[in-house]
Design a binder for this molecule. Structure first.
Ligand SMILES: Nc1ncnc2c1ncn2[C@@H]1O[C@H](COP(=O)(O)OP(=O)(O)O)[C@@H](O)[C@H]1O
Ligand SMILES: [Mg+2]
Length: 310
């Protein structure tokens, strides 16, 4: 084991110890359920009522200033803001947050437990093909979640495969609202100024990456990120080449129709990049209707009179 790994394990053990000292009914079931650039996630069972054991995922983030060794109020505020936004959102495609609290040097967010991140799933998937139906199911869920958040006037600014969770029944849930921001209608073109790149650069839209001074991020940036996520679900490992070539590479695991959808979303020109509504329409016209048409042809050929779902 490398020194770094040893250090990570010590940190995780320390987090588990701090949490269980305060929450006496908690039993850690997975002390290393995922980590991001800021937080570490563990799975716990709350065994207060042994007949009704509750399972949670808990994200822990250190809030101590490394130099001064005191609580960094800005970091704590950011963690609390993230929890607050998520506590207000109740949507099937957004992770549910129940509580958040500060124990010693860590801020904890208690939330519903999902299986793993899409990142993990995509990395472990060996299947050479993803059926169109499955791909569209993923796309629709991402659109539903992001649309809901946009309608509440938030921009996510950090949508990535690591920030999308998957549950056992195939439901996708957006998580990690650490960079989410409410935008104010008076802001010019509903744009937001971001101070620096914090997420993975290849999820960012060209208007951010090409900007020399102001880093403007709008909801259209989140739409770009949906396209990048779909590209990666479709089997493109690291779509950074798009940033240089501006060419959308063919995602090898999905069919031509799905690739057309990805290309449709990833429009370099922010003003031509489709809205969520337009993407839905595209899916309906080019993929769902097309499926129905094939079914219709099939029924005609086989002289089946009535098909319920046409
Ligand atoms: N509710 C959850 N259920 C299952 N895994 C989770 C959950 N929340 C977070 N994770 C895992 O922890 C990782 C890091 O969480 P995230 O909120 O993205 O932290 P960060 O802000 O550090 O990126 C995720 O990529 C995922 O693997
Ligand atoms: Mg994250």
């Amino acid at each position: 084991m490398s020194q770094l790994e040893e250090k990570q394990i010590k940190i995780l053990q320390n987090i588990a110890k701090i949490l269980c000292e305060e929450k006496k009914n908690f039993v850690i079931t997975n002390s290393n359920a995922g980590s991001g650039s800021f937080g570490k996630c563990l799975f716990v069972e709350d065994r207060q009522d042994i007949d009704k054991i509750k399972k949670y995922a808990i994200k822990a983030q250190i809030v101590i200033d490394p130099h001064l060794q005191i609580i960094d109020n800005q970091t704590l505020q950011n963690c609390q803001d993230e929890a607050q936004i998520l506590r207000e959102i109740k949507h099937k495609n957004v992770v549910r947050v129940y509580e958040d609290y500060l124990i010693k040097n860590y801020h904890f967010i208690e939330m519903e437990q999902c299986d793993c991140s899409l990142q993990k799933l995509v990395e472990s998937q060996q299947n050479p093909i993803i059926p169109q139906k499955q791909f569209i199911h993923f796309a629709n869920q991402l659109l539903d979640g992001v649309e809901y958040i946009h309608n509440l006037n938030y921009v996510l600014r950090d949508l990535s495969l690591g920030n999308i969770l998957i549950c056992q029944d195939g439901t996708l849930k957006l998580c990690d609202f650490g960079l989410a921001k409410k935008f104010k209608p008076e802001m010019e073109e509903q744009m937001l100024l971001t101070k620096s790149f914090k997420g993975a650069a290849f999820y960012y839209p060209p208007e951010i990456l090409n900007s020399k001074d102001k880093l403007l991020y709008s909801q259209k940036g989140d739409i770009q990120a949906i396209g990048v996520c779909l590209q990666m679900i479709g089997g493109i490992d690291f779509p950074s080449s798009y940033l240089i070539t501006k060419k959308v590479n063919i995602a090898p695991k999905v069919d031509g129709e799905c690739n057309k959808l990805i290309k449709f979303i990833l429009n370099e020109d922010k003003d031509k990049r489709p809205s969520i509504q337009m993407i839905r329409q595209f899916i309906y016209q080019n993929l769902i209707l097309w499926q129905h048409f094939t079914l219709y042809q099939f029924c005609k050929q086989n002289q089946i009179q009535k098909v319920n779902n046409i």
